[in-house]
Design a protein around this ligand. Structure first.
Ligand code: NAD
Length: 397
């Protein structure tokens, strides 16, 4: 990117990028705030201009426009696709809409920043990936955990060979966001709108982290379970993980829990476990990567730290805490020195930066739709394996 004179997009110089957001729940707000903060952290980046926000709940788009500064608001995302001022679109609507909206936006020539898991299946993710490739636009995906500077540092450490040959990894994603029995029966719990439940919600991030750190996953065997089989339907509009009691009860149609054994192309082995109803677990996301000479551990709740064991003693080898600093990933864009904390929303600012940079330079930075297809292929394989009760090949999605 030419940092002094704005950016090139094809032959056109752009200093501003007209952006829109479709779906203004939790992620819609976080994407919007990330666009707004881009000039604070990346002053030479093209400036996103908040053109319009689409949201189906009456009044929510107008409120978002008023609070966050979008020029216009609409209840119909198709108006966004038709709006020539909009060059790039955040797709932060529920999973069942990712395919339709993603394909339509790409066909309309819009660059897209779309939330994981990109649809309900690998076929959905592939449809969006194909539309993006055909239109020649950029497609970024919300696998934010790989943007954590400590995760990038862990990846570099693994690649350096200092830990020896990686033998096995454990990846966990435990949360209590659906643990309360009064958690409303929102789109998340329906197969037709939420897909495979905790697989798309959390295991999608785990599959992406596994690939990001260790490379391709070739085969797996999985087990799934629903632990809260019934929930109350919400009586009004919802966002995020709303509560509802007294509403008519309905069935939970998708998985609360998945455990999985993984085999990697490298020969490494892995365990991935994800649960959305784990009482006592708040965002307990992380990994433990073991090599023949060392190990590296990461916990999202201490996002800027790594625990690292390195040396040549093999047995009783100490583990040290490493606070990552300006040398790791995008850390320097946020804090001046190690042990100044970065937070979750900062990962989305990094994602926004990489997306806008992709648009400006015409080459992808950060997680792409190819990564979404690969993660979704792992999730599809988990579902197949759980149904068959056997090992399955992952395939390419
Ligand atoms: N990357 C992450 O860490 C992360 C975290 C949470 C959610 N997500 C993903 O983000 C997406 C949204 O999740 P969320 O937690 O923000 O959900 P949410 O329920 O809070 O928000 C979704 C919003 O989309 C709106 N919507 C529904 N249909 C619409 C339509 N036809 N047109 C416009 N708006 C519509 C809803 O009214 C709601 O406001 C999901 O795909 C989810 O998997 C990613």
């Amino acid at each position: 990117m030419d940092r002094s004179n704005g950016c090139r997009e094809g032959a056109v110089m752009v200093d501003e990028l007209g952006v829109a957001v479709v779906g203004f729940g939790w992620m819609g707000r976080v994407h919007t705030q990330a666009y707004a903060r881009l000039p604070h952290h990346y002053p030479q980046s093209p400036r996103p201009r908040l053109i319009t926000v689409a949201e189906e709940v009456p009044g929510r788009a107008e409120e978002a426009a008023e609070r966050f500064g979008f020029a216009t608001a609409t209840r119909d995302w198709r108006e966004v696709a038709a709006d020539p001022r909009v060059r790039a679109v955040s797709i932060t609507a529920p999973n069942f809409l990712h395919r339709e909206i993603g394909v339509a936006m790409a066909e309309a020539g819009k660059h897209i920043w779309i939330e994981k898991p990109v649809g309900l299946t690998a076929e959905d993710a592939r449809a969006v990936a194909d539309a993006v490739a055909k239109a020649g636009v950029q497609g970024a995906v919300g696998f934010n955990y790989r943007n954590a500077p400590a995760v990038e540092a862990a990846r570099d450490l693994i690649a350096s060979g200092e830990l020896g040959t990686v033998t096995h990894v454990r990846i966990r994603l435990f949360s209590d966001y659906a643990a309360h029995p009064d958690g409303a029966l929102t789109w998340r719990y329906e197969r037709a709108r939420g897909g495979s439940g905790v697989l798309g919600d959390l295991a999608s991030h785990g599959a992406d982290l596994a690939r990001f750190l260790l490379g391709a996953i070739t085969s797996l065997t999985a087990d799934t379970a629903v632990f809260v089989p019934e929930r109350a339907r919400p009586t009004g509009a919802t966002a995020g993980h709303a509560r509802a009691s007294g509403g008519e009860p309905g069935p939970v149609e998708n998985e609360d829990y998945v455990s999985c054994l993984l085999r990697f192309a490298s020969g490494a082995r892995g365990v991935l476990e994800a649960c959305r109803v784990s009482v006592g677990e708040q965002n307990n996301y992380g990994f433990e990567v073991h090599g023949t000479r060392g190990a590296v551990f990461w916990d999202f709740r201490r996002m800027n730290e790594l625990a690292v064991s390195r040396g040549s003693t093999y047995q009783d080898q100490p583990v040290s805490t490493v606070y990552v600093g300006p040398g790791a990933g995008e850390f320097a864009a946020f804090q001046p020195g190690a042990a100044h904390a970065m937070g979750y929303d900062d990962l989305k600012v990094i994602e926004a930066y990489r997306f806008v940079r992709s648009v400006a330079e015409g080459v992808p930075y950060g997680a792409t739709l190819g990564d979404a297809v690969a993660s979704a292929a792992v999730l599809d394989a988990m579902t197949r394996s759980a149904q068959r009760g056997s090992w399955v090949d992952v395939g390419s999605g």
